[in-house]
Ligand binder design. Sequence first.
Ligand code: BG6
Length: 298
Amino acid sequence: MPQTKQMLQQCVADTPIQIRESEHGLLILDINTELCSASMALQGAHVMTWQPKGEAPVLWLSPDAKLEKGKSIRGGIPICWPWFGEHATESTFAAHGFARTADWELVSTSELAGGGIEVVMRLLDTQTEQWKYDTPVVIKVIFGRTLNIELTTTNQSNASIQLSEALHTYFNVQDVRQIKVQGLDSCEYVDKLEAYQRKTQQGAVFFKQEVDRIYINQSSNVVIQDKVLNRSIHINKQGSQSSIVWNPWLDKCKAMGDLGADDAYLNMVCVESGNAADNTVTLEAGGTHRLSVSYHLA
Ligand code: BG6
């Protein structure tokens, strides 16, 4: 049974977390501390906003994001799980898996020494029509001046499973045409816009048109340099062999319907950390897999 607003309020009593309900019934945790302000929806365990105090927002949330039951929220950090992109064999299954629109449950909240707020949620039903395996998945998020996220999947079924996943993070940038993404030089990538051709990255990634790429065998850290905002966003990751870089550009932005104004694409870039394409994880029966990412500004 999904938790009610009252149940959540009891869970967060005596913490700097407030519970709010969106116009269309999504329950949202609002966090406000000396270190940061942030929000996280219970549906999808979706971190929507995160803003270290004194800084411009680090995450981008569409002004037209739909905060509705069963709809994916455009912006913040959707969780793609247990598959990334299209399902390998079933074209009618939801793109990026079902976790991002499913009910999650708040397990615990705590204030850590140093002022960070830890929030733990678990997916309520991991076995569905589209996924027959017993694979509990838990997310732990620590909200501070750094944002730490750990997504842990355990395979309790008696067969090995194929898992692909991503933290599909939308970052706020001043002008995507003036940023660069570093840390991907010499990496092989799958170009989704050119019939999934394999290519090799030369130098930093710049944005002059639509970009949709899966960088594979890429486990090192990534940095988004935003010279207009005069800052760099550092993405440090573990348990992730792929980075996905996406910007829809003008035509797709207009067509999508929930991205905001026609030029909203200029203010965002997705740099996603996960395991996709060749890096799909084989998780043996009884095994555990952990994807950890942390973001900070410098
Ligand atoms: C990216 C994919 O991860 O997500 C893109 O590489 C896709 O191909 C984008 O368009 C957004 O996906 P969705 O399902 O949230 O619209």
